[in-house]
Design a protein around this ligand. Structure first.
Ligand code: NAP
Length: 249
């Protein structure tokens, strides 16, 4: 990519799973990468940083909860001071706390909405000032197929992921004239830590519903995200790109 040398790329939830794969995909263009994660066990983020540094990249990781507005505002201020700009923001951090509605506590509702949806608001608001100044930027929010079609036992998660879709379209309209593209990628069933814990019976039931006959790989999502942040996708904004092996059409 001609204008992508040393872009500053911030990836929330970049320590493992889909976020790590996105970081490794971006590493092909030699950017500066900032990873945000939350677990106090730093082994996953260290593994990602090691892989990036083996590729000769400047990458840093911050352990911080995306759901706290003031903390994210301060962090992004520091990132802009240190790196001078933010070119790409990938809002990927997400959690599940699955329960049927009758068993779903207010705490489980709040926590999932705060991390998955408020986290996207916090990071976008904090990063966009740099993009507006630059008159250029890309934001990709990671939603989910279940934000579109719903899922039993995931009312909190589905609401957060549907919220991301509405947020994406609204912000895309607000900043399209300022050279900033805002899109969402909605993965189907992807093989990561988030889905590994499901019983094999449940996994098999999902697999049978996927026309491509297999679960997605984190790399399948990373390819779509990277392309959306390229000049080739410059006329695409406010879209929800489904990457799901045909699970939802
Ligand atoms: P994952 O393997 O569980 O990784 C989640 C990432 O989010 C980790 O890096 C984690 O950091 C970070 N994170 C969690 N809570 C955070 C917080 N409060 N503040 C900052 N970072 C936090 O999940 P994944 O499967 O890669 O999913 C990535 C995204 O894709 C999520 O938004 C998920 O909802 C979405 N998605 C996944 C699937 C799927 O089938 N896997 C399908 C559709 C959508 P730590 O490691 O430090 O906790």
């Amino acid at each position: 990519m001609s204008d992508s040398i040393s872009r500053v790329v911030v990836i929330t939830g970049g320590s493992r799973g889909i976020g790590r794969s996105i970081a490794l995909k971006f590493s092909e263009e030699n950017p500066k990468i900032v990873i945000i994660h939350y677990d106090e066990d730093e082994s996953d983020s260290e593994k990602t940083l090691n892989e990036l540094s083996l590729r000769g990249l400047k990458a840093v990781s911050y352990r911080i909860d995306v759901s706290f507005f003031d903390a994210m505002d301060k962090l992004f201020g520091n990132i802009i001071s240190e790196f001078g700009r933010i070119d790409v923001l990938i809002n990927n951090a997400g959690i599940i706390r699955d329960k049927l509605l009758m068993l779903l506590s207010e705490e489980d509702w709040d926590r999932v909405l705060r991390v998955n949806l408020q986290g996207v608001f916090n990071c976008t608001k904090a990063a966009i000032r740099s993009m507006i100044r630059q008159k250029k930027g890309h934001i990709v929010n990671i939603s989910s197929v279940v934000g579109q079609i719903g899922n039993i036992g995931q009312a909190n998660y589905c609401a957060s992921k549907a919220g991301i879709m509405g947020f994406t379209k609204s912000i895309a309209r607000e900043v399209a004239g300022r050279g900033i593209n805002v899109n969402a990628v909605a993965p189907g069933f992807i093989d990561t830590g988030m889905t590994a814990a499901l019983p094999e019976k449940v996994r098999e039931k999902f697999r049978q519903q996927i026309p491509k006959g297999r679960f997605g790989r984190p790399e399948d999502i990373a390819e779509a995200v990277y392309w959306l942040c390229s000049d080739a996708a410059g006329y695409i904004t406010g879209q929800i790109i489904h990457v799901n092996g045909g699970l939802y059409m």
